[in-house]
Design a protein. Sequence first.
Lengths: 388, 388
Amino acid sequence: MTTYLATAMPSPEAGTLVEVDFPFGHETTPLAYGVDCEDRLVDRVAEVVPPGLVVVVADRNVAGVANRVRNLLAARGRRSALLTVDATESAKSLATVDELARRALAAGMSRSSSVVSVGGGLVENLAGMLAGLAFRGVPIVHLPTTPVGAFDAVLSRKQAVSLDGVKNALGLFRTPTFVGVDLRWLETVDRTLLMTGLAEMAKNVVAVVPEDAGRFVAAVEGLDADPSGSLMTLLDIGIRAKAPFLAADPDEKGVALVFEYGHTVGHAIETSAVTPRPHGESVGWGMLVAADVARVMTGLNVDAYALHDELLRPLGVVRNAPPDLDVAVVVERALRDNKRGYRPLAEDEVGMVLLADAGRVAGETSVPIVPVPADLVRRCLAQLMEER
Amino acid sequence: MTTYLATAMPSPEAGTLVEVDFPFGHETTPLAYGVDCEDRLVDRVAEVVPPGLVVVVADRNVAGVANRVRNLLAARGRRSALLTVDATESAKSLATVDELARRALAAGMSRSSSVVSVGGGLVENLAGMLAGLAFRGVPIVHLPTTPVGAFDAVLSRKQAVSLDGVKNALGLFRTPTFVGVDLRWLETVDRTLLMTGLAEMAKNVVAVVPEDAGRFVAAVEGLDADPSGSLMTLLDIGIRAKAPFLAADPDEKGVALVFEYGHTVGHAIETSAVTPRPHGESVGWGMLVAADVARVMTGLNVDAYALHDELLRPLGVVRNAPPDLDVAVVVERALRDNKRGYRPLAEDEVGMVLLADAGRVAGETSVPIVPVPADLVRRCLAQLMEER
């Protein structure tokens, strides 16, 4: 087990970088972080990418960061091209990847190019797909500018786009060559989006590291008073939660499926709510439904059940204010979820990760997907809506 | 080294299967062949694929074969869906893969599905891309119905589509789970397409197994009198040529780049000829240009030079009848070829595989891409056109 799991990771001094090795199976990816450290990060990027054009795929909202990165690359003699994208769910498609590839090729992308993502989880995925497919694979570097991108999405080899309402139906695996985070970038994220986005991390806490629940809530509540310190704590929790699972299961088809907690119903809500809700918030609602299901199916104890609310409430995911949704549509979507196929499921069963306790999945740890009667999901969703 | 390289592979009796293990690095893929053996092949397919929907991606022209395969699958209790495609170069795009995925999902494709290709190299690639991306990878089985598909394209993990005239700019690697060939399927291919398609094999003979030149020409000339025997010989030559290279270099980024012989100029001709020519024929022309270049650059001896014509002439690729093409456009395309990046190349250099002798590449064997002045390529192409 990597040493940084024993103690909290060091907090960097301004302008300096701390670098740890994040494990993906037997490989590791260098993950560097700091505060006000763009210059040092780009030093490292220039070291690790091949000599050809650097294709920067950036969220339009952080084009400023992307352009600073490009200028720093140019100062190191590296050519780059900027492709901006709108980070919306509808843009998470193979058509967008095709269009990005077309623009990259026109800009001079070759087999000795690399792709650098600048943005959140959605941009990381689009850039990862481009890097995975271009000339059958060029290196991908992630510079996440959102907390969820930095603390969760980037700690995965999985890249994907959606298709006809089935989230992440098309994808591939790509181990990042390097991940670099300037914690300062993360402070600029819209507060509402940040809070709901952190539901992904609340999920990791309740499912994997419940002992970090207190630190998590304190960090969330301290974001205004001490943003850098709070973000540093969240990064630490994110890495501690994911590292052992990704080391054991780099393709996330076994024990690491625990990170799909809340996602079956969450994805269904995300793609069918009358007023669209962000991914993180949808996962939060998916967790609450999963907790209700587990009360019935796995006898989830009251403390673990309540922990869901304790972690999600500070993020604004509160039981009595669920999104406006059609229960029948959500259940139908959940029945088509892309986790079908991990386990034999009957036509009227939904495949879900359930908890037996905080930090412990129900069923087989090796593939923690449990068949849940669609009718039970329907009842739990209806109950959630009644509390509205 | 696998034993079947020592002697010719056994010719199967009608209705029976012969199965060999084809190596991809440390993995092997079972490759089964026979004559009038559809029933036995589908037995094997049903054994190796997972329990979900079998998505059959078929060339519209061989929908008959695909439907027989589907009926045989149904008789074994396996559900399948048929997606037909037009096997044209313009269909070899990410948009087609997107559309196939959409149709497959609507038909019920899930994580426990598999993809079966029925057709030639182009359909194999589209199906391979679909299998590689669907739920981040489901098994792919190839049932090639063209000689080039069976003897060359299928003996590779590389899958790709083209983008804006750059051949195979987007792709991925996918080791086939099973390859099955009924030699009877191969007899139905249009004779002109078959002959030009065999240029891919002529390339393998001159570049890798020149000792098989006599058997190759005899098999080509015997296709009418003894189709099964001739096709059996060609399959044997195809496997013998590729197996040792794919065992050593499963991603074809090193020694196996030898199979790109003729492809730099060939791809450029294929995508820019005034009257489009098939891939195989274009590769044939690319080989002739590469031989002319090698006469100047590597001192290719006269016998090896002449062997190109001896192997290609029976296929109808004859020096005095090149396609109608604009030399400047072909050179411009060759300069943008996707082999750029294997080697440092100047702006006015084309990356090509060249031979120093029959069966021996010029330059470094480990990455046999040689920088060739664009002007020399231009002169050799112009000379080819003057002989027209």
